[in-house]
Design a binder for this molecule. Structure first.
Ligand code: RM4
Ligand code: MN
Ligand code: MN
Length: 411
C-alpha cells in the first residue's frame, strides 16, 4: 500500500522534473543516461571501521580481512550498480594477487587504483625509520626500500590489470632544521622518476597533495601547484589527484579543479567532506553545495570538450568512524550522484547569456535554481529502478541485512 503511494508520487514527481528540466533546455533522458554512466570507485579501507588519533571503536561487526572488505564492496555495487571498481591499499590488502583477483571476480568487481601505503611501519628497513619519510627519506637504505615497495605495487597493478597508481606520501618535516627543502624536493623527484618509468603506457600515476599532516612544517607535496609541477616533469601519464580534504580552509576547490582541467592535468578525486581539516567525512554530508559547484565545473568542462567527464577518476576516500561503513559509503555515492544530476540540470544557455551580459544576479539565480529546485530524488530513484537497482539502496540494505546493528537501546 505504502509502496504504491510512493510509486505514484515518484512518477508524478518525475513528470514534474521532466517539465522543469525541459524549461531549462535539459533533456531528462540524457541526464539519466549520463547518471547511469557515472562510475564511482570505492576504497577497500572505507569498509572497515576507522578511528581518530584517539581510538578505533570497533564493535566486532566490521570487515577485518581483505575478503570481508571486498565482499562489502560487492554489496555496495550490487545495491547501487555504480561502484564496479575498488581501490586497494598495499600491503594492507595483502600482496597475494591470485587471491585478490579471485575475490574481486567473485563479487563482480575490478581492481581500481593501487595505493602504495608506505606509511605503516613494517619489517626493517621500513620500520620506525619511516618516521623520516619514505621516498624522501634521507637514509638511503630506507629510501631505496620505500621505492622498491612502490615498484612492487606497479607489479601488482600489472597482475590485477589496474590502470591507476595512486600516490600519497606521508613524507614531510616537522621543523625547519630537519631537512633542506631543496634536498627534500630533489629526493622526491629522483624517486618519482624511477617510479614513473616502471609504469606501462596504459597506466597513469595520480599525485595527491596535502598541505599538512603528518608533517606539520613542510609536507613533501603540499599543494596542487607542486603536484602539477611534478606531474608536468614526469610526463603525460602523470596527473594530479584532488582530495577534497587536503586544502586550507576557504580554498576554492572548484577553481583548483578548473585550473587543473585547463592545464590538462586533472586525474581525479578523492571524495570526502570536511568541516575543519582532513576530516574524511561522508562526501557531500557537510557542504553539498561545494560538491555541486565542483560538478558544475566538471560538466562545463565536459560540454566545452576540455575534459570528458568519463576521463576523470571519481574515487571515494573516507574514514568511517561512526556510522555503519557500508551505509556511509552508499550515502557518499548517493550524494555524488545527486550533485551530478543537479549540475546536469543547470540551464547552460541561460547561464552563458547571463555571464555575457555581466548579470551576476541572474547567473547565481540559475545555479541556485538547479541546486535547490530540481526534484533530484525522483530522477535518481527512477534511474535506479529502470536499471534494476533499488530506489533507496540504504533502505534496501537495512531490509536485507541480518547484521546485528550496534545501536544501543535508548534507555
Ligand atoms: C591521506 C590521503 C591518502 C590516504 C591516507 C591514509 O590523508 O588522503 O589518500 O590513503 O591519508
Ligand atoms: Mn586521499
Ligand atoms: Mn586525506
Amino acid at each position: 500500500m505504502l509502496e504504491d503511494i510512493q510509486e505514484t508520487l515518484r512518477e508524478r514527481e518525475f513528470g514534474i522534473a521532466e517539465k522543469i528540466l525541459k524549461s531549462r533546455g535539459v533533456d531528462i533522458q540524457e541526464v539519466k543516461s549520463k547518471l547511469a554512466a557515472l562510475k564511482v570507485e570505492v576504497p577497500s579501507w572505507g569498509f572497515g571501521r576507522a578511528g581518530t588519533r584517539f581510538a578505533v571503536y570497533t564493535d566486532g561487526t566490521e570487515p577485518q580481512t581483505v575478503g570481508e572488505r571486498l565482499a562489502a564492496a560487492g554489496v555496495c555495487h550490487k545495491l547501487t550498480g555504480s561502484t564496479p571498481s575498488v581501490a586497494l591499499a598495499i600491503p594492507r590488502d595483502g600482496v597475494d594477487c591470485d587471491l585478490i583477483r579471485q575475490l574481486l571476480t567473485a563479487e563482480g568487481l575490478k581492481a581500481g587504483a593501487i595505493n602504495s601505503d608506505s606509511f605503516n611501519p613494517r619489517e626493517a628497513p621500513l620500520d620506525y625509520r619511516l618516521r623520516w619519510g619514505s621516498l624522501t627519506n634521507p637514509l638511503p637504505e630506507v629510501r631505496r626500500a620505500a621505492l622498491q615497495h612502490h615498484l612492487d605495487c606497479v607489479q601488482i597493478m600489472h597482475k590485477l590489470n589496474s590502470k591507476n597508481f595512486s600516490l600519497w606520501l606521508h613524507d614531510g618535516t616537522n621543523s625547519p632544521g630537519q631537512l633542506s627543502l631543496f634536498e627534500q624536493s630533489r629526493l622526491l623527484e629522483e624517486s618519482l622518476r624511477a617510479l614513473y618509468q616502471a609504469l606501462r603506457n596504459d597506466q597513469q600515476i595520480f599525485i595527491e597533495y596535502k598541505f599538512f599532516e603528518p608533517g606539520f612544517y613542510a609536507t613533501a607535496i603540499p599543494d596542487w601547484g607542486w603536484a602539477y609541477a611534478l606531474a608536468q616533469k614526469l610526463g603525460d601519464r602523470a596527473k594530479v589527484l584532488v582530495d577534497l580534504g587536503h586544502h586550507p580552509l576557504g580554498t576554492n576547490i572548484e577553481q583548483v579543479v578548473a585550473n587543473l582541467q585547463s592545464l590538462g592535468k586533472l586525474g581525479g578525486f578523492h571524495f570526502n567532506d570536511k568541516k575543519y581539516a582532513d576530516d574524511d567525512l561522508a562526501t557531500g554530508s557537510v557542504d553539498p553545495f561545494q560538491l555541486f559547484r565542483i560538478f558544475n565545473v566538471l560538466v562545463e568542462a565536459d560540454l566545452a570538450e576540455l575534459q570528458n567527464i568519463d576521463d576523470v577518476a571519481f574515487m571515494i576516500d573516507e574514514s568511517h568512524c561512526l556510522k555503519d561503513p557500508l551505509e556511509e559509503m552508499i550515502e557518499a555515492v548517493d550524494n555524488i550522484q545527486r550533485a551530478y544530476v543537479l549540475a546536469l540540470s543547470v540551464d547552460r544557455q541561460a547561464l552563458k547569456d547571463a555571464q555575457k551580459k555581466v548579470d551576476a544576479e541572474r547567473g547565481d539565480q540559475i545555479l541556485k535554481n538547479a541546486f535547490f529546485d530540481t526534484p533530484a530524488n525522483a530522477i535518481l530513484q527512477t534511474s535506479r529502478l529502470e536499471r534494476g537497482y533499488p530506489a533507496d539502496p540504504i533502505k534496501e540494505y537495512r531490509a536485507r541485512s541480518s547484521k546485528q546493528r550496534s545501536q544501543p537501546a535508548s534507555d
